[in-house]
Design a protein around this ligand. Structure first.
Ligand code: SF4
Length: 428
């Protein structure tokens, strides 16, 4: 070792619940991509991908623009001799971790991130994490999760990372006082806004997962109410529920309506009166509506097609249809978590075409036939579709940009208006 997308196979027919389920070729990033935003969020963590040169290239090109000094991620590159079993991959990994921690004493939390190659040679990273944790404890905690394209798509990397943190969260001893845990990486600015709003609502015991520092791991227990900030955290939510936490059912905080309903669901769980909620959020919601009005004028009636990519497609579609007035041609999602998305699905109008999974060629055919005004898709599909005269929006931008909350509602709408505006200018 030295330091330094995927495919599968085939059906396509609407199921009895009306959702089109496809199991063909996919065009989605693997879960390693999550490192790009997670390494910025947990400021004393380091992500060591145990992978190939391909993995290193993926991470570096996805995060490249953000490298300015010493990045907090790297790839332990498995060479041919590792893959051929000519050396002990565990010894090699230990050697690299030794070097890394000697050189970077500020690292307090180290994630060993599995990849396709490490899974293929069955390198047991959970045992490696245990071994290294014992060796470097108490200064450094070592955890592991998989970001491989065999097991995960795009945002599932964050789910796997947060789920790996749940067993090490301390037990809460707050004398039966309920606390709120907001789960899912949010930009710091968004987190601060939500903290202020929760305080104004009278909810003061609030923590966030992931935390900004590994020394600030939130304590959890049966009095913890979990509010998901992202719709792709199925494993994390399950792990938290196994530790006794209870999830608050809510839509996701995208747009004025989504944010208001998300906050109201939390307030309900904490016994805050509806009148107080209304009073507190009315000015914030009104500001979001004013910001959205201008984009509604540009986008209402335009037809949008969402390819499956980040798993935030359904909340996005709800926002685009209900707050912006766009027409939904098809809403694709890699996985449809019915329980976590129940509040979202009731807000979508009946008859909306939902698809789960992907058979990319068939989906491209449907998209071409529909000729939507805007296509939301991954980088790999955007260029060919643009070449065919369709206007696209990269879905990855929706993950890298702060879009949650009232203050960001206008920015979220602008992300969809911009490509159409560019198209109009080019046409002129
Ligand atoms: Fe490619 Fe797999 Fe590495 Fe992801 S984990 S970059 S899909 S080889």
């Amino acid at each position: 070792m030295s330091m330094s997308a995927q495919a599968c196979a085939v059906t396509s027919a609407p199921s009895p619940d009306g959702v089109l389920r496809e199991r063909g070729q996919r065009e989605v990033f693997c879960g390693l991509t999550g490192i790009v935003w997670l390494h910025r969020k947990i400021q004393d963590a380091f992500f060591l991908v145990v992978g190939s040169r391909t993995c290193a290239h993926l991470i570096q090109s996805a995060a490249g623009v953000m490298i300015f000094a010493e990045p907090r991620f790297a790839t332990a590159i498995m060479e041919e001799r590792d893959l051929a079993g000519l050396v002990d991959a565990n010894d090699e990994l230990d050697r690299i971790v030794d070097q890394l921690l000697a050189r970077r004493p500020e690292i307090k939390l180290l994630f060993l991130v599995g990849s396709c190659p490490s899974e293929v040679i069955k390198l047991d990273l959970s045992r490696a994490a245990l071994r290294l944790s014992q060796r470097f404890s108490p200064g450094v905690r070592v955890l592991n999760y998989s970001g491989s394209g065999i097991e995960t798509t795009f945002t599932q990397g964050e789910d796997a990372c947060l789920a790996s943190l749940v067993p090490v969260l301390p037990a809460a001893h707050n004398g039966g006082r309920p606390s709120l845990l907001v789960v899912g990486a949010l930009a710091d600015v968004v987190e601060d806004q939500f903290k202020r709003t929760f305080a104004a609502l009278g909810i003061d015991q609030v923590a966030f997962l992931p935390p900004r520092r590994s020394s600030e791991l939130p304590a959890i227990g049966p009095e913890t109410r979990v509010l998901l900030a992202q719709p792709f955290l199925g494993d994390t939510a399950r792990a938290l529920e196994e530790r006794g936490c209870r999830r608050i059912a809510a839509p996701f905080p995208l747009g004025g309506e989504g944010t208001a309903l998300w906050l109201a669901a939390a307030a309900d769980a904490f016994g805050v009166s509806r009148a107080h909620v209304e009073r507190t959020i009315a000015p914030l919601k009104a500001r979001a509506e004013r910001a959205l009005a201008r984009y509604r004028a540009q986008l209402a009636g335009k037809r949008v097609f969402l390819f499956p990519d980040s798993q935030i497609e359904i909340p996005l579609a709800r926002f685009l249809a209900r707050e912006i007035g766009m027409e939904l041609v098809e809403v694709g999602t890699p996985y449809l978590h019915r329980e976590h998305l129940a509040s979202e699905l009731t807000l979508l109008s009946q008859g909306t075409l939902l698809s789960e999974g992907q058979d990319v060629e068939r989906q491209l055919d449907r998209c071409r036939a529909a000729r939507p005004d805007l296509v939301v898709c991954g980088l790999g599909l955007a260029n060919p579709l643009e070449a065919e005269g369709l206007t696209t929006k990269w879905s990855i931008e929706l993950i890298f940009t702060p879009i949650q909350g009232f203050e960001q509602a206008g920015d979220l709408a602008e992300l969809f208006a911009r490509p159409l505006l560019r198209q109009t200018r080019l046409a002129v």
